[in-house]
Design a protein around this ligand. Structure first.
Ligand SMILES: NC(=O)c1ccc[n+]([C@@H]2O[C@H](COP(=O)([O-])OP(=O)(O)OC[C@H]3O[C@@H](n4cnc5c(N)ncnc54)[C@H](OP(=O)(O)O)[C@@H]3O)[C@@H](O)[C@H]2O)c1
Length: 259
C-alpha cells in the first residue's frame, strides 16, 4: 500500500477498503488487443496546467496511477511539445515494476515514442541520452533530423509532410508496441481524437480551481464529438478523482496481458 492518500473505488461497485497497487493494476489492466490509452490531469475548472506546467495539478494519488499506467504499456507516446516543455527524463521504473513486467513476458521498460513534425529535438535531453530502451521518433518524410538525433533514437517516418498518426500507430503495433499510453499534450490528443484513434481516456481531476488562462486538455482543429462511456470512478482521500472512460468494444480492465 502506498503512503499518502489512499484510493478507493466509488463506482461501479464501491470497494470496502482502499485499493492496493495489485488491485489498481487489475482495474486499469492491459487490453487483449491493440489499444491507445490517453492519460491527463486537469483541475475542476478544466485547466491543463497551473503556472504553465502539469506538476501543479498532479498530487500523490495521480502520480501513483501515472506510474502504474507506465508499467502497463508497451509504448509511451508523447508529443514533442510536451517533451520539450516538461523536460522529459528517461523513462524509469522501480525494480518491482520491472519484475512485474518480466513476469508478464513484457520488455523490462516501455519504449518512449516522441511525435514530432519539426524534429526540433535535443539529442542530449535525458529522455534520449539516458533512455534504457532506444526511443522512437515518429515523424514524416520531409523532416530533417538535427545532428546526433539518429544516434540516440530510431526515426520512423509516416506521412509525406506531416505525421500520419494512423499509419504511425499501425507501424508501432507492427513492431510489437500494441498497448500505447499517450501522456499528451493537448495538440497530440486533439489530433488523435480527430483521427478516431483514442480507445480510452484516464482523467485525473485535481481538487483545485485553476482560474482562467490555461488551455484545455485538448487543442487543435475541431472534429466530430464521440461517445466515451465511463468505466470506473476512483477517489483518493485528498479529494482527487480518477476517472476511466473507454469506448464500447474496448477490452475490459483486468484482461490478460497481450499485445
Ligand atoms: N495536464 C496534463 O496532463 C498535461 C499532459 C501533457 C502536457 N501538458 C501541458 O501541455 C502543454 C503542451 O501541449 P501542446 O498542446 O502545446 O503541445 P503537444 O501536444 O505536447 O505537442 C505538439 C507537438 O507535437 C508534434 N506533432 C507532430 N505531429 C503531430 C500531429 N499530427 N498532431 C499533433 N502534434 C503533432 C509537433 O511537434 P514539433 O513542433 O516538433 O513538430 C507539435 O508541435 C504544456 O504546457 C504541458 O505542460 C499537460
Amino acid at each position: 500500500m502506498s503512503a499518502g492518500s489512499p484510493i478507493s473505488r466509488l463506482w461501479p461497485a464501491p470497494s470496502p477498503t482502499p485499493l492496493d497497487d495489485t488491485e489498481l493494476t487489475a482495474l486499469y489492466g492491459r487490453a487483449a488487443g491493440p489499444h491507445l490509452r490517453v492519460n491527463f490531469v486537469t483541475s475542476v475548472d478544466g485547466a491543463v496546467t497551473v503556472d504553465g506546467y502539469s506538476a501543479g495539478l498532479s498530487g500523490e494519488p495521480d502520480k501513483r496511477v501515472f506510474g502504474l499506467l507506465r508499467m502497463l504499456c508497451d509504448g509511451l507516446l508523447v508529443a514533442a511539445g510536451t517533451l520539450r516543455h516538461e523536460g522529459y527524463n528517461a523513462v524509469r521504473l522501480s525494480g518491482p515494476r520491472r519484475a512485474w513486467r518480466r513476469a508478464q513476458g513484457l520488455a523490462e521498460y516501455p519504449t518512449l515514442v516522441v511525435v514530432s513534425g519539426s524534429l526540433d529535438l535535443d539529442p542530449a535531453q535525458t529522455a534520449f541520452a539516458d533512455a534504457p530502451v532506444r526511443p522512437v521518433v515518429l515523424t514524416h518524410a520531409a523532416a530533417e533530423a538535427p545532428p546526433g538525433l539518429a544516434e540516440v533514437a530510431e526515426l520512423v517516418r509516416c506521412g509525406t509532410d506531416r505525421v500520419d498518426l494512423a499509419a504511425g500507430l499501425a507501424e508501432l503495433r507492427r513492431r510489437g508496441l500494441g498497448q500505447l499510453l499517450c501522456e499528451g499534450g493537448p495538440h497530440l490528443f486533439g489530433a488523435l481524437t480527430a483521427a478516431d484513434l483514442v480507445d480510452e481516456v484516464c482523467l485525473t481531476v485535481a481538487p483545485l480551481l485553476a482560474g482562467a488562462g490555461p488551455g484545455r486538455i485538448t487543442a487543435g482543429d475541431p472534429g466530430p464529438h464521440r461517445e466515451l462511456p465511463l468505466r470506473h470512478v476512483l477517489a483518493a482521500t485528498d479529494g482527487t478523482l480518477m476517472l476511466r472512460y473507454a469506448r464500447d468494444g474496448a477490452p475490459a480492465p483486468g484482461a490478460q496481458p497481450g499485445a
